[in-house]
Design a protein around this ligand. Structure first.
Ligand code: O2Y
Ligand code: MN
Length: 598
């Protein structure tokens, strides 16, 4: 496709400027067609990046392994370059924008030599939706171009909508220029020089050195969360790390819920849950990110800005998430999983029985006796959302879906109850601010450590998190707003022997049923120090091997442990100094008082 298909002056000028800076061998404008996708995947197969999977097993799908030094988001190499350091805040890496531009300009100079520069117009959100925004990613990675075709709406149709309008420029390079006749490697990356850089005031993204996931598919975490959260604050809406699901009761009444959990805490599983309660239905709008704007009726309407899933493979199976497995049956890309001898993919947890022989994510021969993982813990499937068997009818509704409840949660082994409800929006904001979880493999860090992850946005908030808390409190003050109720859930409480106390997965519908009932006053609750909690019998345990007494154990509020947690929260809050909203100090004071009086 040629640049003559757009007359957008800003876009044409930017592409020219990047071409001059990066010196690619050629420039290719992506049109988003099937023929183009085939051309790109053929190129990747030829270069050894992709292995085409067996057509009988996974039609039109590809396997790919990254460089072992490029397997996850790199939070310590992720920067927010606001003019003032205090606008990035204590939870982000700040860098002076001018100094960073100088550094980046020298890194990007000539960085695409020997490569094709792809220009990829994409829409985050349904085309033409008032909630959606357009970005353009320039990249020298065909893998990125293929992945964006699955995870966003991309190509000519986006340029048609863009017209002369504005877009978020997203510049990406793997950072490995090729000399004349130099042979490429299967996964080029520049492990020593990774920079994932955001300029919120300019609404621009520059990413260098990594070809993996959130570092390289810039529409996702960089745009849809970091830049969008900044825009959302300016414009009075919410850009959140939340799944969106539709839930229908046996009477046919339907509601939508959004839920924020830290990375790799089961958002994809909850978004596609197969309910264990008869005649309840869950349908998926999105599994990772929600953009929510107020409608004329004062309700918050949410869209999923993405068009595909970039899900964690290990642990995903027909038992844990059949709808995810059915979504990835074809037209998918698998990164850092293991390859079977008959050209299919495998990962830990996919099947009960381990295959006798595999090629693991490092390219080594693997047997069940191997000490190495078959698939990397952060290995991923990239699959089109419209292949999900339970995709919601309204998942592409440009108006979005009205949200009745917002859930927060983390992976906590002890003392955090199964579910409780906020007294009001400000209390719910407090609950969002105290989300914490045990560390997982989606970011580079020590697995098992407890991390505060407010609103599950710690790695994704594009500005000072203290201001972000205030933005949430302000949303609650909007005149005429009909706000969702807010809940905190924890599926991960364990007993003293380390066994999960709640079975989770499809049984979580029982908690969602109670939440559903709370949004239309059909379910009962009692006031506790933490919030409203289910009364005896209010959570449906029908046909479940789980007693009300066992339920009470995971609903119990451990006063002393929570008083210790209050201290912990106050300590955590200190980090935000004068940016910590008074509204949150009031909430922690009130919690302490309620606990002491309980
Ligand atoms: O490692 C990566 O780049 C992927 S991280 C990711 C991918 C999909 C959805 N969520 C996340 C996350 O870290 O929250
Ligand atoms: Mn995520």
């Amino acid at each position: 496709m040629s640049d003559t298909l757009t007359t957008n002056k800003k876009l044409l000028a930017w592409v020219k400027e990047v071409e001059q800076l990066c010196s690619p061998d050629s420039v290719y404008w992506c049109n988003g067609s099937q023929e183009e996708y085939t051309m790109l995947t053929d190129t990747l197969v030829k270069s050894g990046t992709f292995v085409k999977l067996n057509e009988d097993k996974k039609p039109n799908s590809f396997y790919c392994k990254s460089d072992p030094a490029d397997v996850a988001r790199v939070e310590d190499r992720t920067f927010i370059c606001s003019e003032k350091p205090e606008d990035a805040g204590p939870t982000n890496n700040w860098f002076d924008p001018k100094a960073m531009k100088e550094k980046l300009n020298s890194l990007f100079k000539g960085c695409m030599k020997g490569r094709t520069m792809y220009v990829i117009p994409f829409s985050m959100g349904p085309l033409g939706s008032d909630i959606a925004y357009i970005g353009v990613e320039i990249t020298d990675s065909a893998y990125v171009a293929c992945s964006l075709r699955i995870t966003t709406r991309m190509g000519k149709k986006v340029l048609d909508i863009l017209g002369d309008g504005d877009f978020v420029p997203c510049l990406h390079s793997v950072g490995v220029p090729l000399k004349a006749n130099q042979e490429d490697v299967a996964w080029p990356c520049n492990a020593e020089n990774k920079y994932i850089v955001h300029f919120p005031e300019e609404k621009a993204i520059w990413s260098f050195g990594s070809g993996y996931g959130g570092n390289a598919l810039l529409g996702k975490k960089c745009f849809a969360l970091r830049i969008a959260s900044y825009m959302a604050r300016q414009e009075g809406w919410l850009a959140e790390h939340m799944l969106i699901l539709g839930i229908t009761n046996p009477e046919g009444e339907k509601k939508y819920m959004a839920a924020a959990f830290p990375s790799a805490c089961g958002k994809t599983n909850l978004a596609m849950l197969t309910p264990s309660l008869p005649d309840w239905k869950i349908e998926t709008v999105g599994d990772d990110i929600a953009w929510m704007k107020f409608g004329d009726d004062g309700k918050l309407y949410a869209i999923n800005p993405e068009a595909g899933f970039f899900g964690v493979a290990p642990g995903t199976s027909m038992h844990t998430n059949p709808n995810a497995i059915l979504s990835l049956h074809s037209n998918s890309i698998f990164t850092n999983v293991a390859l079977t001898p008959d050209g299919d993919v495998w990962w830990e947890g996919l099947t009960k029985e381990k295959p006798a022989k595999l090629t693991n994510w490092l390219g080594n021969e693997w047997t069940p006796d191997s000490s190495e993982y078959a698939a990397h813990p952060n290995s991923r499937f990239t699959a089109p959302a419209n292949q999900c068997p339970v995709i919601d009818d309204r998942w592409e509704d440009p108006k979005g879906v009205p949200i009745s409840a917002i859930l927060f949660g983390g992976r906590r082994e002890s003392f955090v109850p199964l579910v409780y409800e906020a007294f009001d929006w400000s209390h719910g904001t407090f609950m969002g601010s105290i989300v914490s979880s045990e560390q997982t493999a989606a970011s580079e860090g020590k697995v098992g450590n407890i991390c505060h992850d407010p609103f599950a946005m710690l790695p994704f908030c594009g500005y000072n998190m203290g201001d972000y808390f205030q933005h949430w409190l302000d949303i609650g003050k909007k005149e005429g707003a009909h706000l969702p109720k807010i809940f905190y859930v924890n599926w991960f409480r364990k007993d003293e022997n380390g066994r999960f106390l709640w079975p989770g997965f499809g049984e979580n519908i029982r908690v969602l049923k109670w939440i559903f009932g709370r949004t239309n006053e059909a379910a009962t609750a009692e006031k506790t120090a933490l919030g409203y909690m289910p009364t005896k019998g209010a959570i449906d345990l029908t046909d479940m091997d789980f007693t009300e007494d066992e339920l009470r154990k995971i609903l119990n509020v451990d006063k002393e442990r929570w008083l210790a947690e209050v201290k912990e929260i106050r300590e955590f809050y200190k980090k935000f100094e004068n940016k910590l909203p008074k509204g949150l100090t009031k909430q922690v004071d009130a919690l302490e008082l309620r606990l002491k009086n309980s």
